[in-house]
Ligand binder design. Structure first.
Ligand code: AMP
Length: 129
C-alpha cells in the first residue's frame, strides 16, 4: 500500500509544494521545527536512505542542495541544517531546517502556521529556485 508521502507526490493528499523534478519532490513539513522546514522526498518509495542506488542517492543530495539554497535565500536564518531520520515516515526524505539556535535541530519545539502562512512560505522558497 502506498505510504503518505507517495500519496502527497501523486496529489492524493494536499501539500505545500516547493519544487519537484523527475525523481524528487519538495514540500513544507506540516509540523515544522522552524518556519521554512522543508522535506525533500524521493518519488520512489524506498524506506532507508542508504538503500538507495548510488545514482538516486546522489540525485537526492543534488536536489536537496538546490532546494536548501532557495530556503537560505527565502528564509532569514543563521544557516540551513540537514537531517535524515525517517522514524515516523518510512519513505526516504531529507529535512532542510532553517536554523536560528541548536533547539531548531532537536525536533522538540514546533512552530504552528496558518494555511495562509504555509502557502506564503512555500511561494517565497519557490521564487528563489
Ligand atoms: P521522520 O520520519 O521522523 O523523519 O519525520 C517525518 C516528518 O514528516 C515529520 O517532521 C512530520 O511532521 C512530517 N510529515 C508527516 N506527515 C506530513 C504531511 N502530511 N505533510 C507534511 N509533512 C508531514
Amino acid at each position: 500500500m502506498a505510504g503518505i508521502f507517495s500519496k502527497i507526490i501523486k496529489g492524493e493528499i494536499p501539500s505545500y509544494k516547493v519544487y519537484e523534478d523527475e525523481k524528487c519532490y519538495a514540500f513544507l513539513d506540516i509540523n515544522p521545527n522552524a518556519v521554512g522546514h522543508t522535506l525533500c522526498v524521493t518519488k520512489t518509495e524506498v524506506d532507508k536512505i542508504f538503500d538507495l542506488s548510488e545514482e538516486d542517492y546522489n540525485h537526492l543530495m543534488q536536489f536537496s542542495r538546490k532546494v536548501a539554497l532557495a530556503v537560505r535565500k527565502a528564509i532569514p536564518c543563521k544557516r540551513v541544517g540537514m537531517s535524515v531520520i525517517g522514524l515516523e515516515v518510512p519513505h526516504v526524505h531529507v529535512h532542510l531546517i532553517p536554523l536560528h539556535t541548536m533547539e531548531d535541530a532537536t525536533f522538540q519545539n514546533k512552530q504552528s502556521l496558518t494555511p495562509e502562512e504555509f502557502k506564503s512560505v512555500a511561494k517565497k522558497i519557490q521564487n528563489c529556485i
